[in-house]
Design a binder for this molecule. Structure first.
Ligand code: 3PG
Length: 216
């Protein structure tokens, strides 16, 4: 497991995190390859399907230069399962008290879900300084994160939920945004149809935008 600070740098360097819902284990490596071919190297696999853990394991063992994490962590046992199957980081959509001790014990990066300043500050007090702002667009999107930057200067955010390519610049221009997450890069429909070239194209488009907005 890479050092957490290294993972935080990888997250910021990626700028965009594809959120994947994979229905067939055999799609895991091809979709990861399609995304890395497009320049995106930090991927979140949601624990919403029967094969999600196997998909994480396949990607983790694939030899691809990729950081694979588990999303939709909603109970304590998800944390141990994700670790066992090779997840290097975790992204819970929300962070109730019953998850805190398991999350704090995870050896990699944890990006816990928040929707309010109180939740963000409470998690910062527990040692989490990169949090997932979810669901980002319904909760005010980039203008909410801009408003949070002055009172919460030490917290970085990963907005996810309703983010699109068109909305990316509004997030990536904010210094307190580590990366934005979204499913538009590899939708369940494109994954099931094996549209790997399209997925690479969308990843390349996003990765080029990150480079143009965050040079160096
Ligand atoms: C999710 O809940 O699936 C993620 O937050 C991604 O949301 P999106 O589909 O709106 O990008």
């Amino acid at each position: 497991m890479a050092d957490v600070n290294v993972q935080k740098r990888q997250l910021r360097a990626a700028g965009v995190v594809p959120v994947l819902t994979i229905e067939r284990t055999e799609d895991a490596v091809p979709v990861a390859k399609a995304l890395t071919d497009g320049g995106l190297r930090v991927l979140e696999v949601t624990l919403r399907t029967a094969c999600a853990l196997d998909a994480i394991k396949e990607i983790s063992n694939s030899g691809l230069d990729v950081l694979v994490g588990a999303g939709t962590i909603t109970c304590e046992s998800d944390v141990g399962s994700a670790l066992k199957y090779g997840a290097q980081f975790l992204v819970p959509p929300a962070t109730p008290a019953f998850l805190l001790s398991e999350l704090a014990a995870f050896p990699g990066l944890v990006v816990p879900g928040i929707a309010t300043p109180t939740e963000a500050l409470s998690l910062y007090d527990h040692g989490f300084d990169v949090v997932k702002f979810f669901p980002a667009e319904p909760y005010g999107g980039a203008s909410t994160l801009k408003a949070l930057s002055a009172p919460l200067p030490n917290i970085s955010f990963m907005p996810t939920g309703g983010v699109s390519f068109e909305k990316l610049p509004s997030y990536l221009k904010l210094p307190n945004v580590a990366a934005a997450g979204g499913s538009w890069l590899a939708t369940p429909a494109d994954i099931q149809a094996g549209n790997w070239a399209r997925i690479t194209e969308l990843a390349q488009e996003a990765s080029d935008l990150v480079k143009s907005l965050r040079p160096g």
